[in-house]
Design a protein around this ligand. Structure first.
Ligand code: PHE
Length: 336
């Protein structure tokens, strides 16, 4: 084994004793790292030495560099050989060895929740409908009694489809009320789950999110029925002790209109919107909407509601930022 003066002799010894490639990598970095490697630094200071000192130090450092590089190389070769040798001679394949546990995926929490919603409303007699995400202005707005000058149509809120006249990315699932009510004779109960799109983006709004729409039409369906259906469902889906707050709200397709807030569970400082989070708009279906769907408002009446699914989940699991749902981060998704 070559000998070197201190401190390089110590490095040589450590290379000889290294037990793994990682250890060698670390040593190599310690010596030759571009900024702080011990040899890199020593070589860098050569220029500042006197001519006499340079004559001594120059060759010494060059020898050290050469020897240490050789030592690293041969040790590396050595290590890789012994690992192959030991595999060939000592190791036999152990068939009883436990393989790492297989990971099973699961549905995204939003879709898992949507399945649960279908089940809960299904038990209450609600049919589950679907509708398109690219929708005509007619079904998304006009037939829902939303006048042409209503601010919700403003291009700030709505994604219009270029090249497709009078079509939008649906801004809510209420388009499915129209589609369903035109095809089915009352009495009926239906829900619709799906994606909706709005030009909105912050901790509690995303340009794409999911809604749960519901509609129940019958001879004497009332606001009291609506409240009972909604509270029963939310208690079952989120929390049996859920606390609600009802406020009046305006939506052109219901009269009277209401908004349902739910109380944040757990630590209130984690909620970005304070104690109460709005989770739903609802109300008694406007007679004009029934008429637009060919249903006689003098014979039939009922209610409709539209929940934000992410918001329900945010309360259920106390998630402070809805953008976490779309990040694809496994550390988040694996918690469900
Ligand atoms: N469509 C409304 C929204 O997206 C919610 C709503 C649905 C309100 C049904 C009343 C009745 O905000």
């Amino acid at each position: 084994m070559p000998s070197l003066p201190p401190p390089w002799d110590d490095y040589l010894r450590r290379i000889e004793l290294a037990a793994s490639a990682q250890e060698l990598d670390a040593l190599e970095h310690e010596l030759f790292g571009r900024k702080a490697g011990a040899l890199t630094v020593a070589l860098g200071t050569l220029g500042a030495l006197s001519v006499d000192e340079k004559k001594v130090q120059g060759p010494l450092l060059n020898t050290a560099k050469q020897e240490l590089t050789n030592a690293l190389m041969s040790k590396r070769k050595n290590l890789s050989q012994t690992s192959w040798q030991s595999l060939e001679t000592d190791d036999t394949l152990d068939v009883s060895l436990d393989l790492p546990e297989k990971e099973h995926g699961h549905l995204h929490p939003i879709h898992e929740f949507m399945e649960k919603i279908e089940e809960v409303f299904g038990r209450m007699g609600f049919d589950s409908a679907r509708g398109p995400e690219i929708e005509s202005e007619e079904n998304n707005f006009n037939k829902l009694n939303i006048p042409a000058d209503h601010p919700a149509r403003d291009s700030q809120d709505t994604f219009w489809i270029s090249g497709m006249k009078d079509h939008v990315l649906r801004t809510h699932t209420s388009n499915v009320q129209i589609r369903y009510a035109q095809k089915h004779k009352p009495p009926f109960r239906m829900i619709c789950l799906g994606k909706v799109y709005r030009k909105d983006s912050d901790a509690t709004h995303s340009p794409m999110f999911h809604q749960l729409e519901g509609m129940m039409i019958g001879k004497d369906v009332s606001l009291a029925n609506m409240k009972a259906v909604m509270e029963t469902a939310v208690r079952e889906l989120i929390d049996h002790n859920a606390e609600f707050r009802w406020r009046t709200g305006f939506f052109p397709f219901v009269e009277p209109g209401l908004e349902m807030d739910m109380r944040w569970r757990g630590d209130e400082s984690k909620s970005r919107e304070g104690k109460w989070l709005e989770i739903c708009g609802c109300g008694m279906t406007h007679p004009n909407v029934l008429k637009n769907c060919g249903i006689d408002p003098n014979k039939w009446q009922g209610f409709a509601f539209g929940f934000g699914i992410e918001r329900m989940l945010m309360i259920k699991h106390q998630i402070p930022d809805l953008r976490l749902f779309y990040s694809g981060d496994l550390r988040f998704l694996k918690q469900f």
